[in-house]
Design a protein around this ligand. Sequence first.
Ligand SMILES: NC(=O)c1ccc[n+]([C@@H]2O[C@H](COP(=O)([O-])OP(=O)(O)OC[C@H]3O[C@@H](n4cnc5c(N)ncnc54)[C@H](OP(=O)(O)O)[C@@H]3O)[C@@H](O)[C@H]2O)c1
Length: 334
Amino acid sequence: MSDMNEQWRLITRPDGEARADHFEVQDSEKPTPGDNEVLVRNIYLFIPPSMRLWMNEKESYFPAQQLGEVMMGITLGVVEESNSPDLEVGTYVNGMGGWQNWFVSQPEQLQPVSPHPDIPLETYRTVLDVQGLTAYQGITEICKPEAGKTLVVTAAAGCVGSLACQIGKIMGAKVIGIAGSAEKCKWLTSECGIDAAIDYKSENISERLDALVPEGIDMIYENVGGTIMDSLLDRINDHARIALCGLISSYNGGGVQSTASLNQIVIKTARLEGFLVRDYMHEYEKVIPILQDWVLSDKLKYKVEVVEGGISATIGAMSNIFHGRNKGVQLVKF
Ligand SMILES: NC(=O)c1ccc[n+]([C@@H]2O[C@H](COP(=O)([O-])OP(=O)(O)OC[C@H]3O[C@@H](n4cnc5c(N)ncnc54)[C@H](OP(=O)(O)O)[C@@H]3O)[C@@H](O)[C@H]2O)c1
């Protein structure tokens, strides 16, 4: 890698999917840390679906990305220079390093990572990080599985969804996943151990749900929205609990939610709760070791797909997610 800092700046807001021409690429000088600052070299850029929402003018759960500024990004990097007694050179750190090779930060804005020797480093910016916490908290705090009750998870082969499925199963629920290919469904049933999976691209969701959950649905872990969510709400039981984690079908501007199906929430006196993982960050230190133990004991399966090619591979990685071409959670390698 040269000492020039490749930086991608958002210059126009996407209408639909993000493309390379929405960005300007600049080679800047590698930054120099000041007093009590560190220089971090980015190793991985994590590609969450919601990164597309940050590009909109309207703020999401982050303030809107400013045009002309380096694109925000969730990164895992390594400290290359340190002017702080709190962070040694060589420490791996999670941070908001953005779409660039290096960035300067104060130590308190970074989270040191100490990977277990048997777990790949990239797991600590995906499964054993906010995605894992999101799955755990949505399941345990909102869905609250009970043995024998039925849980349906959408985007079930994605990072959050597959973990939500497996945590639901560990907690005794009957778990049905909905995912976008026969291969993903097979992975969910044969590797992740859930009870059944529906391929929403080639199967009739309503017919499959009628066959698989004639008893009705007690819990939904919802990542998708639109017509898939409508089919699920039409089948909820009294006092169902729905964790509204995300609505990926609408992130590029599409997706239609029927308001009629929302009436089910009323007539079934169900509880629909939207949530953000940031409200559960105080649980991080407690939950991540639990998930790490499950990973080490093979109770939690996951797939991370490291995309080579540097920052310019990011646009393709985002597109993969929205078309279900990803074979695991996407991390771009710098
Ligand atoms: N509330 C929070 O704090 C929080 C935190 C993290 C993530 N999330 C949300 O959790 C959800 C999953 O995120 P993730 O990180 O697990 O994503 P991921 O691993 O990248 O997986 C996303 C999957 O969603 C599916 N998908 C994409 N577009 C779809 C559509 N139009 N209809 C149905 N399925 C579609 C695709 O799989 P298929 O092949 O199955 O289509 C894709 O692989 C997202 O909604 C995200 O915003 C929320």
